[in-house]
Design a protein around this ligand. Sequence first.
Ligand code: GLC
Ligand code: CA
Length: 560
Amino acid sequence: MIEKKWWMQAVGYQIYPRTFYDTNQDGVGDLRGIITKLDYLNELGIDLIWIGPFYRSPMDDNGYDVSDFYDVDPMFGSLDDAKELIEKAHAKGIRIILDLVLNHTSDEHPWFMEARSSVDNPKRDYYIWQKGKEVEGKLLPPTNWGSFFEGSAWNYDAKTEEFYMKIFSNKMPDLNWANPELREEMFKVARWWLDQGVDGFRVDAIAHLARDLSFTDSELPLNDHGVAPDWGKFSNREELFDYIHEFNEKVLSHYDCMSVGEVGGGAKIEAGVRYAGYDAQAFNMVFNFDHCWSKGGMDILNDDDKMIVDVVQLKENMAYWINGMKDKGWLPHYWLNHDHPRVISQYGDPEHHHRLSGMMLGTILLTLPGTPFIYNGEEIGMTNVDYESIDDFKDVWVKNNAPALLKKYPLELVLRHLRRTSRDNARTPMQWTDEVYAGFSTVEPIQKINRNRSWLNVEAQEKDEQSILNHYRRLIHLRKNPEYLETLVFGDFALLDPKNPDVYAYTRTSSQKKITVIANFRPTTIKFEHQAKALCLSNYLDTKLNVTELRPYEAIVFEE
Ligand code: GLC
Ligand code: CA
């Protein structure tokens, strides 16, 4: 029997502060905006929020490039606002976790400014420096390793004539976790925020803290940028687990807090258990990305019309983690975060079955075992962007990579590609009303709003019993209902008909109840037989107990 903790029963909600709600009318979301919307979250049934980074930052990567961990960026408000937010959320029974960025700082962080000033500066070793390689009179980076956001994993610094490591953008130098003094500094940051009353952390990019310190070239073939995309050089490496254990021992274990690490692709169950096993003394959960890309390849040349969701793969990837972690560790579930396309555009059908497919996706998320996280706007079925100009895309990845794409492909193809893959898809302003700035602000927002705000918004869905929003409310209500909680949160999970190419179906079983969830992923009627005893919830009003076929995107929760 596992020990039951508050965060296991929580329903989480991720807020991207920049585009959630603007209270001082400068076009940027702010902390007071989150305070204003606490009642909205409360009515939805949310009791845990993860807020994206709001530390002081030059915003090269929208706040993941931190220049002061102990202050709030003026763009988002003040420290007093943060404290008030924590207090007011707690008063409503909502816990708050922050995004803790441990892998890197901004190049404008005072540590880095000192570090780059001379090779013998005491902060030099907080970062990772190497000399370049002279090849045929040219100075090349120390290794051929690639980075996630642009070209090499190294950037040259003229002042001291060395390269610093950076696996994200040039403005995000990597911290050197092999240095014990640096580790203490980062632990201090975490403690300080826990002492301000936050309830834990989503720990950013956690897989990368340890690197191959032999700094030898990768053997992998070089990509278009002339670098090797060899993430193994700085992902899921042995020493990383020592750092996490130390973090747990010195910080996390002293608080009643929760932690969820982000490990991205590449990690398997063995690593998952080391990151977030019940006995691992590491984190409470880890996010993986395995279920995020089951709609064809997201390759630039793939034709939109021909891409359909690979339901079998999606089920397999999710079941792999659920079954693999069973009795070993707790899992978080989510459809998307701020780095992914909108799930309704990926796996649903916003054009022809917006309401039904949005409800269907919510049905799955909220009936899986583990802790669900809803991403802001998902609960109304917000969609990918409709941008027609490259300039509308604001993400640092697009800025760094669009020029090369445009040299290779026609504009229309690049735009189509970005409209389905870009991180901007999840970052447009929250659509609160049908007003010109979607009730997000009264001035032009920092990021362009989707035109569908005219019909797709919170206000319209509040009034409509059969909206996605109200369905999410019903689902959360069901999950939290004491009669169902034991089964839906803690119960066993088993796929039904795993090879069915169109239907995602499973049972949830506890000593108290058996629940069956059946979801059609297609815009067409699909044959499927099931005989149930009672209906809990459906996205159709006339679902019968004797099922012979499923209507488009039909999603049913039965009780047996
Ligand atoms: C994580 C964040 C992402 C950010 C990156 C670097 O993957 O989710 O938004 O760009 O880390 O901090
Ligand atoms: Ca603002």
